[in-house]
Structure formats: structure tokens, C-alpha cells
Design a protein around this ligand. Structure first.
Ligand code: ATP
Ligand code: ATP
Ligand code: MG
Ligand code: MG
Ligand code: MG
Ligand code: MG
Length: 256
């Protein structure tokens, strides 16, 4: 096809191909979710329905892009790890980030009614996204450890904060009481004042969500009416420690 005289504008596009041979992490985070949670009256500190919805949207992303090795989510954020050898869209950052963010947002809206059937969606959820490169496996593991440590720190704080607020403290008083406190103090506060043993709270809240692909057996209906067992790799959600070595020893394929 003949080129138009306008074609030159294409030259203004910049090259944003990500370095080869590095892990690509695309991290999404909900925009203004503090308000979004209030608007939809999410339970504090953790609304289980909303967390399950995040996991469902993440599974849709992992299911779409075979190059994603795993994902980790907590609160209103999710990180997707693309393999070092990923060649999707020539590793163009804008393509990868925009596709992940738009698929995730669209899935979040699509699956909302199934997870929060009694809460009409009253705002348009948005997720920002960024791509970060990690050249070394050990740094990728440190990245994921950083996010899971963050899950724990935030959850311990929020559990104390909301226990104090529900016991009658103002939000300012609750923040003041917790400011600068160490985790031992918070654990003790939960146990002695509220009878909560932090380590028995659901792992989903304390450790966040890990999405990996696992072999599952599915029943397939054949045209002649018989059913056949088939094995398939499907995204599954786990709530487990990914900081220690055990998880990585059990799933050597993730870093291979
Ligand atoms: P920004 O646009 O800068 O990200 P934000 O308001 O989204 O602003 P975050 O630091 O991302 O700020 O915090 C997200 C907030 O949403 C936190 O207060 C967190 O507790 C809350 N939140 C997210 N998911 C849930 C949930 N499932 N249940 C209860 N609260 C949640
Ligand atoms: P890619 O993922 O590379 O963008 P694509 O299939 O989306 O692949 P495009 O070049 O973006 O390729 O083309 C979009 C296609 O969708 C075209 O064939 C276009 O005619 C069709 N299309 C888009 N909007 C409409 C519409 N409103 N009505 C009919 N066809 C449409
Ligand atoms: Mg943010
Ligand atoms: Mg946010
Ligand atoms: Mg956040
Ligand atoms: Mg198109």
C-alpha cells in the first residue's frame, strides 16, 4: 500500500523494548482504593470477597499470557512475572503494561457481580501499572519477598488498627497508639486486649496470594457422550510462604 505523507509521524514513537534476558515484573496497583473500599463498604481490615475478586482477575491475566510464570497479590496490587525469555510484543513495555492493566481491570469489572452480588459497582476501578526488570534470579526472589513482607507488615498493622477502632478508639487515637511500635508489641496487643492470636488468622490475609500453573484433571465430554479425563495446566491460587526456600524447592520450574 502506498504511504501517505503523514506516515512520518510514526518516527516520533520511542523504543521502549525491555532489556533481553531479564525477568519482567509488571506490577499493578488500584488507583484510590482507600476511597473505593469506603464507597463499597469493604470489610476492614480484609474484605474476603474483594481479595477473591483480585485473585480471579489475576487468574484471567495468567491464563491469557503463557509467558507469565507466576503472580503475587495483596490488597489492591498484583505483580506478574514474565519469563526472562519472553518475546511477547518484542518486549515493548507499553504493550505489556497496558495489556495487563486493561485485562485485569476489565476482568475485575466482569467478575464483580459474582463476588459481590449484593454490592452494585458504583465507580470505575482503575489500576496503574509499571514494568521493572530484574536481571538475577536472586533479585527477583528478593522482589517477591519484599512484597510478601509488605503484606505481613500491613496486615499486622491494619488488624491492630481496626481492632482498636472497633473497640471505640478514634482513628487518630489508634494511629497514635501504633506509631513506631514493633511487631512484638502489636502481636501482644492483639492477644492480650482482643484475644486474637495473629498466627491463626487466615493465610490469605497474612501471606497474600500466589498464582502459579498447576496440572489439573478435567472431565471432557466427547461427541459420543462418553467422558474422558484430560490433564491441563491451569492457574491456581495459593496462600503460602514464598520468602523461604521450601516453596522454590517445590516449584523448581518457576525459576528454570
Ligand atoms: P493509590 O492510588 O496511590 O494507590 P490507594 O488509596 O489505592 O492510593 P494504597 O496504598 O494502594 O492506596 O492502599 C490501598 C488501600 O485499599 C489500603 O488502605 C487497603 O487496606 C485497602 N484495601 C485493598 N483491598 C482491600 C480489601 N480486600 N479489603 C479491605 N481493604 C482493602
Ligand atoms: P492487534 O491485536 O494486532 O491490534 P487486531 O485484530 O485488533 O490485532 P487491528 O489492526 O487493530 O487488528 O484491527 C482491528 C479490526 O477490528 C479491524 O479489522 C477493524 O475493521 C475491526 N473493527 C474495529 N472496530 C470495528 C467496528 N466498530 N465495526 C466493525 N469492525 C471493527
Ligand atoms: Mg499506588
Ligand atoms: Mg492503590
Ligand atoms: Mg496498594
Ligand atoms: Mg487492534
Amino acid at each position: 500500500m502506498a504511504k501517505s505523507k503523514y506516515e512520518y509521524v510514526k518516527l516520533y514513537e520511542t523504543d521502549d523494548r525491555l532489556l533481553p534476558g531479564c525477568w519482567i515484573v509488571v506490577r499493578l496497583d488500584g488507583k484510590g482504593f482507600t476511597k473505593f473500599c469506603e464507597l463499597h463498604e469493604f470489610e476492614k481490615p480484609n474484605d474476603l470477597r474483594a481479595l477473591c475478586l483480585m485473585d480471579e482477575a489475576a487468574k484471567a491475566v495468567v491464563g491469557e499470557f503463557q509467558d507469565i510464570r507466576m503472580a503475587f497479590g495483596e490488597s489492591d496490587e498484583y505483580s506478574f512475572v514474565f519469563s526472562k525469555s519472553c518475546e511477547l510484543y518484542g518486549r515493548r513495555a507499553s504493550k505489556l503494561v497496558s495489556l495487563v492493566a486493561s485485562l485485569f481491570s476489565a476482568a475485575y469489572v466482569r467478575f464483580w457481580p459474582a463476588h459481590l452480588p449484593d454490592t452494585p459497582l458504583a465507580a470505575t476501578p482503575m489500576f496503574d501499572g509499571r514494568a521493572v526488570l530484574y536481571p538475577a534470579d536472586s533479585t527477583l526472589r528478593d522482589y517477591l519477598s519484599w512484597r510478601q513482607a509488605d503484606t505481613h507488615i500491613n496486615n499486622l498493622y491494619n488488624t491492630c488498627f481496626w481492632a482498636l477502632v472497633q473497640s471505640g478508639k478514634t482513628t487518630a487515637e489508634a494511629h497514635a497508639e501504633l506509631r513506631g511500635s514493633l511487631s512484638d508489641y502489636k502481636n501482644e496487643l492483639l492477644f492480650s486486649r482482643f484475644g486474637i492470636n495473629y498466627s491463626t488468622l487466615p493465610e490469605r490475609f497474612r501471606k497474600g496470594s500466589v498464582v502459579i500453573r498447576q496440572r489439573v484433571t478435567v472431565q471432557k465430554q466427547m461427541p459420543d457422550g462418553r467422558t474422558k479425563q484430560k490433564e491441563r495446566l491451569e492457574p491456581v491460587v495459593l496462600h503460602c510462604d514464598i520468602i523461604r526456600d521450601d516453596f522454590w524447592r517445590q516449584h523448581p520450574e518457576l525459576l528454570a
